[in-house]
Design a protein. Structure first.
Lengths: 118, 325
């Protein structure tokens, strides 16, 4: 009896807890799986940061303008083109093919950046 | 950083009160505080001196005609550097209206609006209606051609112009050329005029007498001030090669929201203050974004430029006046 009691309190309960945690954690994982990867580019002080961003295929990249001056994010090769982004405005684009995507601000063309999709 | 900027501004203001400052030093501090500057050009020899209140009253007296340059109104901008750009534009217009000699016309060297919005252009038009000079010539800044390849700008301000809005006109013997260097900008580059416009310019100047005074105006400087910030025009050299044979050439620009001057041979370059907000001197800040100055100093770093032209002496005087003087 004492042995059984020990088994229940010392082993069975922790195992049960561990199993519950596993179920919970697998649920969390299952929920996260369908959402696509995301990455961010911050526009600050007339600079795209990071200037080169490497992401896996399927990633949605979001640009956010943190300057007091409007900017754009436009693909040099015509792949994507944001509208004019005023302060705190965002633009997103999902990269579905591997490759290197150079882009720039059409208002301040000295501002350039690159998205590398692998 | 703000303390450093403040120190520079204070230093500039102090320099301005010191009459013994040399021309180089004066020009340097003008870039910051701009209480005014006069230069006259006679026989290719440029002379500049401080703009005192006394001179201001006489400015334009005896000149054959006067015109005013305003720039970078950025109507629609509402950030801390200047939450009321419409009010400062109105102050600039009031200053123009108070000039002793009524200007024949006004030139606006671009960035009329912040975001090329119809409502912003409407507000600008409304304010400019109160100007004593009814004739206003425009060239676009990059902010005026943001979302529609400049269609809105061209409909409102570009009637009868060529390409993306360039044109020329003659006034009392002076040939004026408005150029556009903010359209179709290439990644990694600065301002650009483009092949078509350069060909037009060559043709426009062709056959004109070398004694005709020429005034070129465009938004982005037509000389390289600071490439890291894009303060220059990639193909301006070619444009300037077409005006080299003329005896008097004046180049007026905006874009950098501060006064900068250069004289190269018979060509005088000049950039105007903004009517909206100041920008930092080249390389003195992490970026060319709006510079915040204490509210009481704002009107010292905003202003208008009036240009007096004297036919007899073939001289041309550019006077920069801050709003707060």
């Amino acid at each position: 009896m004492t042995k059984n009691k020990f088994w229940i309190s010392g082993v069975a309960v922790p195992v049960l807890i561990a199993m519950m945690l596993l179920v919970l954690s697998s649920r969390v994982t299952a929920n996260a799986e369908p959402s696509a990867p995301a990455a961010a580019v911050k526009i600050d002080n007339f600079v795209f940061g990071p200037q080169t961003l490497t992401v896996p295929v399927g990633t949605t990249v979001t640009w956010t303008n943190s300057d007091d001056i409007p900017h754009t994010s436009v693909s040099t090769e015509g792949v994507f083109k944001s509208k004019v982004l005023d302060t705190d405005e965002k633009f997103s684009y999902t990269f579905t093919k591997a490759g290197t995507y150079p882009y720039y601000c059409t208002i301040h063309p000295k501002m350039t950046g690159k998205i590398v999709v692998q | 950083m703000p303390d450093k900027k403040q120190d520079l501004i204070d230093q500039s203001l102090q320099d301005l009160n010191n009459d013994s400052v040399d021309r180089r030093g004066f020009l340097k501090c003008m870039a910051w505080a701009g209480t005014g500057l006069v230069w006259t050009m006679s026989g290719g020899v440029p002379v500049s001196r401080a703009f005192s209140k006394g001179y201001g009253k006489d400015a334009g007296k005896g000149a054959d005609f006067t015109f005013v340059q305003i720039s970078d109104s950025h109507i629609g901008f509402n950030k801390p550097a200047n939450p009321d750009v419409t009010a400062t534009l109105q102050t600039a217009i009031n200053k123009i209206n108070a000039m002793p000699q009524k200007p024949d016309f006004i030139i606006h060297t671009g960035d009329l609006s912040q975001l090329s919005k119809p409502s912003e252009f409407d507000t600008l038009d409304q304010a400019l209606k109160s100007a004593s000079a009814k004739q206003i010539y425009f060239v676009p800044g990059e902010h005026d051609m943001l979302s529609d390849d400049g269609d809105q700008y061209l409909q409102r301000y570009g009637k009868g112009t060529k390409g993306s809005g360039w044109y020329s006109f003659d006034h009392k013997g002076v040939h004026f050329v408005g150029l556009v260097n903010v359209a179709n900008l290439k990644a990694g580059g600065m301002g650009s005029l483009g092949h078509e416009q350069l060909e037009w310019l060559e043709d426009d100047l062709h056959g004109r007498s070398a004694s005709t005074p020429i005034v070129l105006f465009a938004h982005i400087p037509l000389w390289t001030i600071y490439p890291d910030w894009g303060w220059g025009t990639d193909d301006s050299e070619q444009a300037l090669s077409y005006v080299k044979r003329f005896g008097s050439v004046t180049v007026l620009n905006g874009h950098i929201h501060q006064i900068m001057q250069k004289v190269e041979g018979k060509v005088s370059f000049h950039t105007a203050m903004s009517t909206a907000f100041p920008q930092p001197a080249p390389g003195t800040a992490p970026s060319a974004g709006p510079m915040k100055v204490p509210a009481e100093q704002l009107q010292k770093v905003l202003g208008i430029t009036d240009v007096n032209y004297l036919v007899s002496g073939r001289s041309l005087a550019v006077v920069d006046s801050p709003l707060g003087s």
